[in-house]
Design a protein around this ligand. Structure first.
Ligand code: HEM
Length: 368
């Protein structure tokens, strides 16, 4: 019912159908001892397994001489399909823990892309944890308690909350819409297709490193939207920007959301139906390389300097290779995507998400 299993060959929260809310957290490790890091991941594993079953963390003692081991705000709440997905960033592999030899060759900070305006406030991290749940309080509780357990060893350096429509608002579970009003996720590969997931998402034995087999690489990009500018743009212009209709989500010139893009189609005047600088054409490329997008909308108040809303897309994607999948795609988009008039990338991080863990084991055991 309301639980997503925590244990398994692969971590949950990757090909799990997106829940309603996101709480993302990046940590910096303050301890210099690998033993501390290992102990932390062991404690996190136990806590994550309990929380995904909707149980209180640790001993539930009624004696009041020390703080309770669970902060309590999720008591009595259903697990709400909470998933907790752990990864480590490039900085985890500097010389501190003697693990630099195990860094996957491609786990590096992303190259600078055209138009980036990155702020330290949403970049990097030794550890990244993605918590998703159908209830925000449940998701927040998870991050809060993971941070509490880390005290003295790792500290939070940035967080991001996200949302999409809830199942209550959309019982038929249509493709959710981003804050520009367009359906977002239509072109994703099918997560129930094992072959497609092996090709697109899960690191395979042949490519290594061995500790990453059945893991996946996560990219996060905090992308602010210039909503005020977008809202003054004509619908036909908005649709040309994406190459799809806003209402139905169908490719321009087609009638249904899941109709093929049909990039070869031309209008009477000889111009392509899906414009050359449209987002879907550039993202699609020749169609041979895909990623799995698992993004959430965010709204974080207003930017006091400009008076504009700080809202947009907390873009999250999973891929088997950042170098072969995300980077070439984002290079094409950053060069010529018409969408760039309306967005700016302000945060960036990459994490190697571990394979899943069996009961009795702990997250990260294949690495340390
Ligand atoms: C498709 C929105 C950023 C990769 C789409 C679609 C929308 C959309 C509305 C069409 C529906 C769909 O297939 O989901 C946005 C917005 C972005 C953004 C609002 C920024 C705020 C990115 C980034 C990437 C990306 C940074 C990767 C580098 C893709 C891919 C597709 C897609 C791969 C599917 C293309 C296909 O049909 O093959 N996006 N996107 N998008 N986007 Fe984005």
């Amino acid at each position: 019912g309301d639980q997503v299993p925590f244990y398994g060959l692969q971590q949950s929260g990757i090909i799990t159908p997106p829940q309603d809310f996101l709480c993302f957290a990046a940590f910096a490790i303050r301890s210099k001892k690998l033993a501390d890091v290992r102990a932390l991941f062991q404690k996190w594993t136990a806590a994550a397994a309990e929380m995904t079953q909707g149980r209180m963390i640790g001993e539930w003692n009624e004696q009041h001489n020390s703080p309770p081991s669970d902060t309590g705000e999720a008591e009595g709440l259903s697990p709400s399909k909470v998933t907790i997905t752990f990864g480590v960033g490039p900085s985890f592999f500097d010389d501190r823990f003697g693990l630099s030899g195990k860094r996957p060759a491609e786990l590096r900070d992303l190259p600078a892309f055209n138009g980036d305006q990155l702020s330290e406030d949403w970049c990097g991290g030794d550890i990244g944890i993605q918590v998703c749940a159908n209830d925000m309080q449940v998701a927040f509780h998870a991050i809060r308690n993971l941070a509490r357990i880390a005290r003295g060893i790792a500290v939070l350096i940035w967080t991001q909350e996200g949302f999409q429509r809830t199942a209550g608002a959309d019982p038929t579970a249509q493709t959710p819409r981003n804050l520009l009003g367009f359906k977002d996720g239509t072109g994703n590969p099918d997560v129930t297709d094992k072959k497609a997931m092996a090709k697109t998402v899960w690191v395979q034995q042949i490519e290594g490193p061995a500790w990453m087999e059945n893991g996946s690489y996560m990219v996060t990009r905090r992308i602010r939207m210039r909503l005020e500018v977008w809202d003054r743009t004509q619908l036909s212009e908005q649709e040309a920007t994406f190459g799809r209709y806003r209402s139905s989500g169908a490719p321009l010139g087609a009638s249904k959301e899941f109709d093929p893009l049909g990039l070869d189609r031309v209008r009477e005047d000889g111009e392509p139906v899906i414009p050359v600088n449209s987002h879907v054409r550039l993202a699609h490329g020749d169609g041979s390389v895909q990623i799995l997008r698992r993004s959430y909308s965010y709204s974080s108040g207003i930017d006091r300097r400009t008076g504009q809303m700080d809202s947009g897309l907390f873009f999250v994607s999973y891929q088997r290779s950042i170098a072969k999948q995300f980077i070439p795609m984002q290079q094409r988009l950053s060069q010529s995507d018409k969408l760039n008039e309306y967005i700016v990338h302000v945060g960036s991080a990459v994490f190697a998400c571990f394979p899943g863990v069996r009961e009795g084991g702990y997250i990260g055991e294949t690495l340390f």
